[in-house]
Write a protein of this length. Structure first.
Lengths: 293, 191
């Protein structure tokens, strides 16, 4: 259980790092927290020739709210650091709740937000949260920079829309409306385990307060990537999320997802669990939402 | 990969207040550096893929799994291991004393990881809720499954640290119970 040999660099300049990353003749991997990469290297499932550590690139460690109210999280910001910041700030409560479900404190104190987004485990919380909140991924490569919507960033199991030589430098979450309600539900066999399934919901009420103007529902652990349940979002828009509406969601969700059988649960069980988590997250979101002010 | 000699990297770090400089292969795990280079074998290595928590140490004050950190990444860091909790011949650290008194260990393999996790928890959150306590130690496995006593030990450590913080320097409340001494167990009734 020792990793294969590799070379290690920790440049201070982003340009230098991107140049090394773009070298076609080097099998380079980026490391920040390494909480998914190091286990794979210990098992020798991954054996890069060069490991590029982001830790000395100062600009990648920024965590700030932009003038438009959005939240920008740099590539080396750990989950624990973001969680502590969110708990003190109070906005984006759904992000805080989701992060509390990631692994264990030892993992969160080293694991990074952007690292989890790039590793893209289909049962991971952050890719689902990024999709639910409409986050934007800022990507840099030797050829330049581009922005990718979370929906386009997720490709499939452990695969994102990064080209060889590209780096996710930061993720930006849009401003959080104070009146927005949210729900986060996850089922795992033990605390901190990979989720069997999970649900992220948001509700923005209309000015009257008696109906939802917009509803968001994203499920994870039920396919090769987090999935937005548009049928439920459409069915609920303009209505109160009462018992009858939630019952409709329970009935509708199983046909919208395509989970797999594995050691932990059958696909059928995952469908049932996902439907229940979806209804629960939506109920929480409705309860926590208030008329737009 | 044979003849190709991998460059070593110079690192400087502090372990339990002692500064160390070393030349290491990049692939050397921090857990192995602590055990084999620094000679501090109190940090145990269990699964080596970040599941068991036995190798938990404090890196710049936060609990981390030393088997999921390369020693080169810890360049410039301040590390605390179980050896840093109390010097030999000195009284045990309150958290160690609590684990001793409450029998918060059976075979002892997981104990140094639990101790470091508990120290980090109580430094950050002196009075954790049940939920916070369980969340904090959820990343440490005890294969003897002695969790009830471990939870009791964390609660006992919480009281010891709070008493020590209140009592004046050298006060009676801070004095540890001697090893083998009789210990009151107010919560034993709930077992």
């Amino acid at each position: 259980m020792k990793p294969a040999s590799f070379e290690y660099r920790a440049p201070e300049q982003l340009d230098e790092l991107l140049e090394l990353l773009a070298d076609d003749f080097l099998d380079a991997r980026v490391i920040a927290g390494g909480q998914s990469l190091v286990p794979m290297m210990n098992f020798r499932l991954s054996a890069p020739e060069l490991l590029l550590d982001l830790r000395r690139v100062e600009q990648l460690g920024s965590l700030d709210v932009r003038p438009d109210g959005s939240l920008a999280v740099g590539a080396t910001v750990t989950q624990a650091r973001l969680l502590a910041w969110l708990e003190a700030d109070g906005r984006w409560p759904v992000l805080a709740e989701g992060i509390r479900h990631i692994g264990h404190p030892q993992i969160r104190s080293r694991g990074t937000v952007c690292g989890s987004l790039c590793h893209h485990d289909p049962t991971a919380e952050l890719p689902a949260l990024a999709l639910a909140l409409g986050a934007t991924m800022h990507v840099a490569g030797a050829a330049g920079r581009r922005a990718v919507a979370a929906a386009d960033f997720s490709v499939s199991y452990y695969e994102v829309a990064l080209e060889p030589g590209e780096l996710l430098t930061e993720v930006v979450f849009p401003a959080w409306p104070a009146a927005r309600g949210w729900g986060f539900r996850e089922l795992a066999r033990r605390r901190g385990d990979f989720a069997l399934a999970g649900a992220v919901a948001t509700v923005d009420r209309d000015p009257s307060g008696s109906a939802a103007a917009a509803v968001g529902l994203v499920l994870f652990g039920v396919g090769d990537r987090p999935v937005r349940i548009e049928a439920a979002e459409r069915a609920l828009a303009g209505r109160a999320l009462d018992a009858a509406a939630l019952e409709e969601v329970r009935a509708l969700v199983p046909a919208q997802i395509d989970p797999v059988d594995d050691l932990h649960a059958s696909a059928e069980h995952r469908r049932e669990v996902a439907a229940e988590l979806a209804a629960g997250a939506l109920a929480d979101a409705w309860e926590r939402s208030s008329a737009d002010v | 990969m044979s003849e190709h000699a991998v460059e070593t990297v110079a690192i400087d770090l502090t372990i339990n207040g002692r500064e160390l400089a070393a030349e290491v292969e990049p692939r050397l795990l921090l857990s192995d550096f602590i055990r084999h280079h620094a000679g501090l074998t109190g940090t145990h290595v269990g699964c080596e893929h970040g599941v068991c928590g036995a190798c938990t140490v404090l890196v710049d004050g936060t609990p981390q799994r030393s088997c999921l950190v390369f020693a080169v990444q810890a360049d410039g860091a301040e590390i605390r291991t179980v050896e840093g909790l109390a010097a030999p011949e000195e009284p045990l650290h309150p958290v160690q004393q609590a684990f001793h008194e409450e029998h918060g260990m059976q075979c002892g393999f997981c104990t140094s990881g639990f101790l470091m996790t508990t120290v980090a928890l109580l430094e950050e959150t002196p009075h954790p809720s049940d939920e916070q306590l369980v969340d904090a130690i959820s990343g440490n496995l005890c294969r003897c499954t002695g969790y009830r006593n471990i939870v009791r030990a964390v609660r006992s450590a919480e009281r010891k640290l709070a008493d020590a913080a209140e009592a004046p320097e050298g006060g009676a409340a801070a004095a540890p119970t001697p090893v083998g001494g009789a210990v009151a167990r107010p919560e034993a009734a709930d077992a």
